[in-house]
Design a protein around this ligand. Structure first.
Ligand SMILES: O=C(CO)[C@H](O)[C@H](O)COP(=O)(O)O
Length: 228
């Protein structure tokens, strides 16, 4: 068992009969979905919402019943990966480009469980380039606005020769902050910028972090409080 699998499988233990579950995106979330799929095959009855088209396809493959947001008020639990986790359990997410749906699902879940291999645990956020989702319309202006405001490099994410397009039809800009001194303040600033849809800073959203190690053991970190 590798570190990602250990974290994903351990988090799946929180999923109980009758729950409404948010399914994350990425190579660590893959293992949680795989394990939940096995549990469904053994009789667990849940309904789930996926944070990306890729995870939805995986859920269908594992016969996990899907629901639409309008069918329920809130989710009981969401399980998702992260690119960085700091000591206060603030996160950078969005390496896989699914940050907007991931944040929506996490914010509307009673418990948000983050699963991460130990390499994702960092003293400060920002070494991983921060993904920012922007609207395609006049995206050059949004990019310039970001560049004027912060003296760090911003790169429009590409997929080969084409601009990367999210499941929501938007673009992603990756920002090389290096070290983010105040994630909460930066998160607020991005939200106030026209053209920015959302960003990969998840501050005060994680309830629990399951850290997986290469030898297969896991460690649980609980947030002092979350502001969801
Ligand atoms: O935020 C994400 C996708 O948008 C992923 O959860 C994050 O990038 C971690 O991915 P992985 O588990 O593959 O390392």
């Amino acid at each position: 068992m590798n570190a990602k699998q250990a974290a994903g499988y351990r988090a799946a233990e929180w999923v109980k009969d009758g729950m409404k579950v948010g399914l994350g995106t990425g190579s660590t979330a893959y293992y949680a979905i795989e394990k939940i799929g096995q549990m469904v095959a053994e009789g667990l009855r849940i309904r789930a919402i996926a944070t990306s088209n890729a995870s939805e396809e995986l859920a269908v493959k594992y016969n996990i019943p899907l629901l639409k947001a309008g069918e329920v008020d809130r989710l009981d639990i969401a399980i998702d990966g992260a690119d960085e986790v700091d000591p206060g359990l603030s996160l950078i997410k969005g390496g896989g480009g699914a940050l907007l749906r991931e944040k929506l699902v996490a914010m509307n879940s009673d418990r948000f469980i983050v699963i991460a291999d130990s390499g994702k645990i960092v003293p400060h956020l920002g070494q991983f380039k921060l993904p920012i989702e922007i609207v395609p319309f006049c995206y050059e202006w949004t990019l310039k606005q970001l560049e004027r405001r912060y003296s760090v490099s911003f790169e429009l994410r590409m997929r080969g020769e084409e601009r990367y397009v999210t499941d929501n039809g938007n673009y992603i800009v990756d920002a090389a902050f290096g070290k983010i001194e105040n994630p909460a303040a930066l998160a607020e600033e991005f939200k106030a910028m026209t053209g920015v849809v959302d960003h990969g800073l998840f501050v005060g959203i994680a309830d629990t972090v399951v850290v997986g190690y290469d030898d297969g053991h896991t460690e649980i970190k609980e947030a002092a409080c979350s502001s969801k």
